[in-house]
Design a protein around this ligand. Structure first.
Ligand code: MG
Length: 192
């Protein structure tokens, strides 16, 4: 594993209350502007990583930019169908929050803005500061920071080196990201 482990000595306020995931390139193999549920393919280890979080009692959510809708490349119904397939393969998620705006729409939700993270936290009934956001690119890290959440970057082959360098915590894969989350979690402490 690369990156830091910060579990030791963290206060109760930093114990994760929920874990949010970017969808494309994080939970499922990125198929740009995918509107076809048949093409949904989980990344290796995703199911097991999510199962560990759920076993620890942590809610999970998806926070996903889907600008293909604003660009006219996808319909809201296609996004919903793909999300339903993601939920079938990797769920149940406690919330799925999508931004369908384009980069020039000036919305508050599109990552790197904080809106998706804040909305997911609201729906889960948790403090955004106690949410972890696991994502594969710099905008995920920035969105988490903007919302006061804790970013964990799981880079892929397309993640830019400067995005990796700028991330406070980096994990090799989803299993390692979950290790970072559970490191400070009561369910993972000796005697729990
Ligand atoms: Mg992504």
């Amino acid at each position: 594993m690369i990156g830091s482990r910060r579990g030791e000595g963290r206060g109760v306020e930093s114990i994760a209350a929920a874990v949010l995931f970017d969808r494309d390139g994080t939970l499922v193999v990125d198929v740009p502007y995918n509107g076809d549920p048949v093409r949904v393919k989980p990344v290796p280890g995703a199911r097991a990583a999510l199962d560990r979080l759920r076993a620890a009692g942590l809610p999970t959510a998806v926070v996903s930019n889907q600008s293909g809708v604003a660009r006219g490349l996808l319909t809201t119904e296609q996004v919903a169908a793909v999300n339903a397939r993601v939920d079938e393969l990797l769920g149940p998620f406690d919330a799925v929050v999508v931004c369908e705006h384009g980069p020039d729409d000036g919305c508050a939700c599109r990552k790197p803005r904080p809106g998706l993270v804040l909305e997911a936290a609201r729906r889960l009934g948790v403090d955004p500061a106690r949410c972890v956001l696991v994502g594969d690119i710099g905008t995920d890290v920035e969105a988490a920071r903007a919302a006061g959440a804790r970013p964990v970057l799981v880079p892929t082959a397309v993640t830019r080196p400067e995005e990796v360098a700028a991330a406070p915590e980096v994990a090799d894969d989803l299993a390692a990201a979950v290790d970072l989350v559970l490191d400070a979690h009561p369910a993972a402490l000796p005697g729990a």
